[in-house]
Design a protein around this ligand. Structure first.
Ligand code: DON
Length: 307
């Protein structure tokens, strides 16, 4: 491979790959259970070239919770900080991503936009007359960030989650009762499950990470997200991006990152590179086991920690 990360990237992937055996593919969304447990792939984009691991880097997967950073950016662009943070807080929870526990103790306002409750409150804010219009606006943002005009969502995965999302429905009903959201719950779930089912590959994720790393601009200097919003989103990635593993991840890896239950992880090393990882075998907290090992190895080898 001819790129600055060269053979080392392949070596680090080979070393991290066996950790996939310690994890398990998510199956609470039935369509995700079809993923190949052993895969580990990575792409790195530095604004000039994309370096990728051999094997699986063109495998497509759904964003799942990675979409939460992108809807947050769009909601902030739609409404500004005051409106968004009236609906959702800024504090890590230390709880699982789908927990309902802290909603009741804190007047129904979700603690942050990276947990499911917070993400539902943020998705509620996305402007658009219909699910299609909201989704199209989100897709437009993602197409610009990934530089791939064909990005769309996987209908089977969206439907599979919609059919089984009763915990997320509960979170939404709870928030509706407490006036955090005021729309039809199934309409919101329709948008949320489609947003989670947006499909990318590792190269797309690396480019998305690069835009965040690069203060919201693409490699040509075009502003896709305002600098302040890119900063804010990266900060949430550090404090809440890996859920109740975020503290340990900050210590071991130190890269703003966001995971999804499909096994994707996006990383954004400020002023440097975007990283896209796919490894569907998850730990019990919903993060890619081999993917986290690989990020730890990359961070250590290339001194990528921001701390
Ligand atoms: O709402 C859900 O449960 C999924 N669509 C997304 C959860 C997720 O990706 C958590 N990440 N690790």
């Amino acid at each position: 491979m001819v790129c600055q990360y060269g053979e080392q990237l392949e070596k680090l992937v080979k070393e991290a790959e066996p950790y996939a055996a310690e994890g398990k593919v998510a199956d609470y969304i039935p369509a995700l259970a079809k993923a190949d447990q052993g895969i580990l792939a990575v792409s790195i984009f530095d604004g000039k070239e994309t370096c990728f691991s051999a094997g699986h880097s063109t495998e497509m997967f759904t964003l799942q919770s990675i979409s939460k950073v992108l809807t947050l950016a769009l909601a902030l662009m739609d409404h500004g900080e005051e409106v968004v943070f009236d609906k959702v807080g800024m504090e890590p929870t230390g709880d699982p991503y789908n927990s309902i526990a802290k909603l009741e103790s804190l007047v129904a306002k979700p603690l942050n936009p990276m947990i499911n409750a917070g993400a539902l409150a943020v998705s509620h804010l996305i402007k658009g007359e219909s699910t299609e219009e909201r989704l199209e606006r989100l897709l437009q943002l993602i197409r610009k960030m990934s530089a791939r005009p064909s990005v769309t969502y996987n209908r089977e995965v969206a439907q599979s989650e919609f059919n089984t999302a009763d915990l997320n429905r509960s979170l939404a009903f709870f928030m509706k009762q407490h006036r955090i959201i005021d729309e039809n719950v199934d309409q919101l779930l329709d948008f949320y499950t489609k947003q989670c089912a947006i499909e990318v590959d590792c190269d797309d994720l690396a480019r998305i990470g690069f835009v965040l790393a690069n203060g919201g601009k693409n490699e040509e200097g075009e502003e896709i997200i305002p600098f302040e919003i890119a900063r804010l989103v990266k900060t949430f990635m550090v404090t809440c991006g890996m859920y109740n593993s975020s503290g340990e991840f900050a210590i071991r890896v130190g890269i703003p990152a966001k995971s999804g239950v499909s096994g994707g992880i996006v990383g954004a090393v400020p002023n440097s590179i975007g990283i896209g990882i796919y490894g569907p075998a998850l730990d019990e907290k919903g993060n890619s086991v081999a993917g986290m090992k690989l990020l730890e190895a990359l961070s250590s080898y290339y001194h990528l920690s921001i701390f």
